[in-house]
Every structure is written in C-alpha cells, then in structure tokens.
Design a protein around this ligand. Structure first.
Ligand code: GAR
Length: 207
C-alpha cells in the first residue's frame, strides 16, 4: 500500500475528491496518510480533520525563500514516508531539492489544457480568466508529473470542458472541477499506486 501525502493551500475540493474516491475503494493500493497545508487557515485542513486524516501546517509565509521552505518540506515528506505526493491546489512553487528527491512521484492538477494557460503566474481563477479573455471554446484540466519547470512535467491525463457564452471565471472553474479535476486526479492517483504509469522519452503512458 502506497502512502499518499496531499499538499494543499485552499478550499481543498480536490482533496475531498481524493478522500471520497478512497472511501469508494477507487484508489487501488494507495491511502491518504497525511495532508500538508502551506496556509494555516486552509479549509482543506477541516476536510482532513473531518475524515480522520493527519494534517500538518507548514506556513509558506514563515520562510524567506523557496529553498528554505523546500528544505523543511522535504524533511516532512521523508518523515511521512511519502510514496506519492499530490499537489491539490498547492499554490507554492516547490524547490528543486524536493522535486529531485521525488522524481516522477509528485503529481499536480492544473486547471487548463497544458501547454495552454500554464506556467509561472497561472494558478487558480487566473487560469480561467485568461481562457475567457482569449475566447477559447474548449478548456479543461491536466494531471501531470512535476519537474523543475512550472507545469512542464510529463502529462498523465487530460480532460475537456466546454466554454459557454456568459461564463464567468468562477462558473468555468466550477465546471472544469466537476467535469474533469475531481475525476481525473483520483484516477491518476490510483494508476500511480498500481504502478500503471510509465515514462518513455520524457512522456507518460498508461499500462
Ligand atoms: C483547482 O482548480 C486546481 O486545479 C488549481 O487550484 C484549484 C484549487 O482548488 N490549481 C492550480 O492552479 C495550480 N497551478 P481546491 O483547493 O478546491 O482543490
């Protein structure tokens, strides 16, 4: 059984989707063993508590740079014996020391079809604002491995949502979460825990 550590910063609806999937028996060979938040007031922490999952707070604001934050995070992840780390609305760039310690073992969900609307500065609602500004007709979400470049790691799963006339960033965000993120993130977690994802030429494939 693999230990899944989920990193969060906010509302934690993706964490909830993972918890619900685990309860339904849909995360094969994996168990959420710890939730780590970069913010002490993240609602995701309540979700962990409500479901009897251990949680820790590592406040980003108490560290002067990414490097020192990464060092502290790495210690926690090692102490928790993390096999899979899931960034579920984690709004901090992870230092390379963490990424190098867990190659292709960190998964992120990004609320757009990478390589669109991604990279530094594209997070949360901002991603949907940009999609609406551009007028794309289809958007979606991507689950991918994390490497040293923001939103650049191997793509594991992608799914689409329509953009509709009159959408606001909030409406579009909700649709993408419901239709794509909350389904694909637990699915990718399960595939990982079952050792069904492999990398070839820097790209991820499912066995
Ligand atoms: C989600 O839409 C997630 O894809 C996005 O933030 C939201 C978090 O919601 N993540 C990023 O933008 C990362 N670049 P949640 O806290 O309710 O899961």
């Amino acid at each position: 059984m693999k230990n899944i550590v989920v990193l969060v910063s906010g509302g934690g609806t993706n964490l909830q989707a993972l918890i619900d999937a685990e309860k339904r028996g849909e995360i094969h060979n994996g168990k959420i063993t710890c939730v780590i938040s970069s913010k002490e007031d993240a609602y995701a922490l309540e979700r962990a508590a409500n479901n009897g999952i251990k949680s820790l707070v590592l406040p980003r604001k108490e560290y002067s740079d990414n490097e020192s934050y990464g060092k502290a995070m790495l210690e926690l992840l090692k102490a928790e014996n993390a096999d899979l780390i899931i960034l579920a609305g984690f709004m901090t760039i992870l230092d390379k020391s963490v990424i190098n310690a867990f190659p292709n073992k960190i998964i992120n969900v990004h609320p757009a079809l990478i390589p669109s609307f991604c990279g530094v500065g594209y997070y949360g609602l901002r991603v949907h604002e940009e999609a609406l500004r551009k007028g794309v007709k289809v958007t979606g979400a991507t689950v991918h491995f994390v490497n040293e470049i923001a939103d650049d790691g191997a793509i594991i799963l992608q799914g689409t949502s329509e953009v509709r006339y009159g959408d606001t960033p909030e409406i579009l965000q909700r649709r993408v979460m419901e239709e794509v993120e909350w389904k694909l993130l637990p699915k990718a977690a399960s595939l990982f825990c079952e050792d069904r994802i492999f990398i070839e030429d820097g790209k991820a494939y499912i066995k």
